[in-house]
Design a protein around this ligand. Sequence first.
Ligand code: SER
Length: 878
Amino acid sequence: MNSAEIRQKFLDFFASKQHQIVPSAPIVVKDDPTLMFINSGMAPFKDYFLGNKPAPYKRIADTQKCLRVSGKHNDLEEVGYDTYHHTMFEMLGNWSFGDYFKKEALEWSWELLTEVYKLPKDRLYVSVFQGDASENLQMDQDAFNIWKSMIAEDRILMGSKKDNFWEMGDTGPCGPCSEIHVDLRTDEERAQVDGKSLVNNDHPQVVEIWNNVFMEFNRLADGSLVKLPAQHVDTGMGFERLCMAIQGKRSNYDTDVFQPLIQFVAKEAGLVYGEDEKTDIAIRVISDHIRAIAFTIADGQLPSNNKAGYVIRRILRRAVRYGFTFLDFKKPFLYKLAAVLADQMETVFPELKQQLSFVQRVIEEEENAFLRTLENGLKRLDALEAKFKENNNTIDGKTAFELYDTFGFPLDLTALIAREKGLTVDEAGFGVEMEQQKNRSRNASASEQSDWVIIQPDVITEFVGYDCNVSDSHIVRYRQVKTKNKSEYHIVLDKTPFYAESGGQVGDTGYLISDSEQIEVLDTKKENDLILHITAKLPQTIDAAFRSEIDFERRNYIRKNHSATHLLHAALRKVLGEHVQQKGSLVNEKVLRFDFSHFAKVEDAQIREIEHIVNERVRQSIPLEEQRNVPIAQAKEMGATALFGEKYGEYVRVIAFDREHSVELCGGTHVYNTGEIGYFKIVSESSVAAGVRRIEAVTAKIAEDFVHAQLDELHAVREVLNTQSNVSGAVQKLQDENKALQKQLEQFELKQLSGLKDTLAQKAQQLNGVSLVAEQIEVSNADHLKKLAFDMRQVVDNLILVLAAEIDGKPQIAVMLSDNLVAEKNLNASQMVRELAKEIKGGGGGQPFYATAGGKDTAGLQAVPGKAVELVKNLMNS
Ligand code: SER
């Protein structure tokens, strides 16, 4: 069975058990501060478990893209070294939301594995939760009894809280679980050691393949467990491991999920996979990491210097580093691999193929940048080699940390290079530096969040902000969040007009007003589907009736900017081409910012055309066509632009301004008529990343103010030039005149310089066979000082020239010697200038025949000539 068939059989099996099959959610999480990436199949459904939102179906199954590289579930360092951990993996899952429970879940999992996939029963073991006294949790007797009715008792193992109580994160839904493990060893191996003893023991061929979690609890921030309102089932089966088991391989990497990637990398490296463990690890690391890198970029996360973007950058750098160090890849290579992956995954995750050229461009640029950094880091190591040798042949912890922090060199890379140079690394010192940095960032970002205080349970907030600016509201829950510098409250209402920040649009501000008080709402944010009103204080009477009121004037500007963003998006696609995809946006009351994929600068003429198209739409006063709850398929048929990486439900909101022109899936707030935008003006165009451009624009009064400011500037220039027409001609004329005058001045100064040269030549004093000229002079710049010195050398033999001058308010000294004095008398201009520079509190240097010095004390200049005479006399006498 190939991997595509294995995946399909899973989905078909659960469809036959009345499960709705849904597409994978994007791997990058947008509206959940507790999670950066989807780390398990259940994460997109978190709100259904917690009761924050009703599940659209009681039974769901899917294959979900997951990433375990940060937070509670982090497998990164294992990846490549073992055969069954990955950064990105697919999790096959089936869910019951308050519907079936343990019996059906366990019976179906057994049926699928043994009857559909035909895994031999005698290679399977199961585990159930043994209970935990410290948390007052009972052994899972129900799961045990269900298994006992299907399999021999000695194949049922008891598992501790670590293995058999699944939690998504530090807080959130959790419950006891029952795992299924498979023993993939050969018959001889199995005869020697009983498989049972190897379960949960990190044996590469005795691995967990399926986890059935029975969600019953919610873990609160104070560590306690509370019962969830309903019982749910969450199951997860690692797809790649399942393929290994069914295809009878000893490693996930030997299945057809990884082989196309592995073979491609091996060929690029000119190696055969499987011949050398060291290069095999590198090939596995790269084949694994490309999946995480390519899919996160396709889902909208660009590599960057913070948060999720930094995680991706680190994974990418890890892959480049393994290629660089073990496979001799000195040029970008990962981007080529993305194409292999895109072909392979096209039918199940088409988003990669659809954006392949963009994704490749981003990866290649990142690779180039990191390869440059690697080279700079290597140079730094080379430059410091002598210092390390003196330091007991050790690279000190501080330098190792600097390499890690600034050049992205992980400790093992530094250690590797050190070994090649016969050095060692002070790993303990590195650890100390690392810990200090962690403490710094922990202190800066640490925040403490209280558990929700529930006033009214099971209330789903009604958002009325598309139609109203004001509503009657009651508080249904709240919590306090403390960081080092501030404390704030998150308040959830039963009904609200406040728009929570999302889709690039900022959150509303406003007031919650009761009979006795008025609480300012500073911002509105989303946490999954909760709308959080952020305030600095809590109302004194929590259960009062409130009137919640947004800052309507501010919202009005935001609406205009948001609708203008849609018009801009459409105009960009028209002028630049259909390859333009939205890559990010920000819409607030002042400005709109739109990032999009495009590979060249947008030319001025194109900017003008885009502005014109948008303003035409504004002048046409196109009415808003807003449709809520449109089935997604129908919306797509209408030609609605959907964003890669955005999580859309089955029903969506469609915003159109003339269906021929702009139709988008969007949750934001908009004008009723494009005429409200008034006027649209682009204020900047720039690059944000490889293949991503940014346009910033303003609308309405702010656009008008912008144009006025530009015109005011122009008026001011006209006044100064005293001209009403042809301003640029007048400026050009001024510049031409200026250039001509400068030329004249230069010629004049050169003439003066020549006269000065003659005067100085005449002043030469003869001293022990040398001609000494030591003078304080006036010259306009350093070039003239230098020219004078070199010209003097041409006309005076046996010359010792010392010139002191104030240039641009600072003292300078130049010393020039004839070559024969350097050679025969052992004189040195650098040494002399350094001695003389003491007079001007400065220093300098240069070559033996010519040197200069600068200083701080202009008043000291006048002493220089006298000092020079003395110095020369001393030198000549010694
Ligand atoms: N949430 C469980 C896991 O990730 C089962 O899906 O293992």
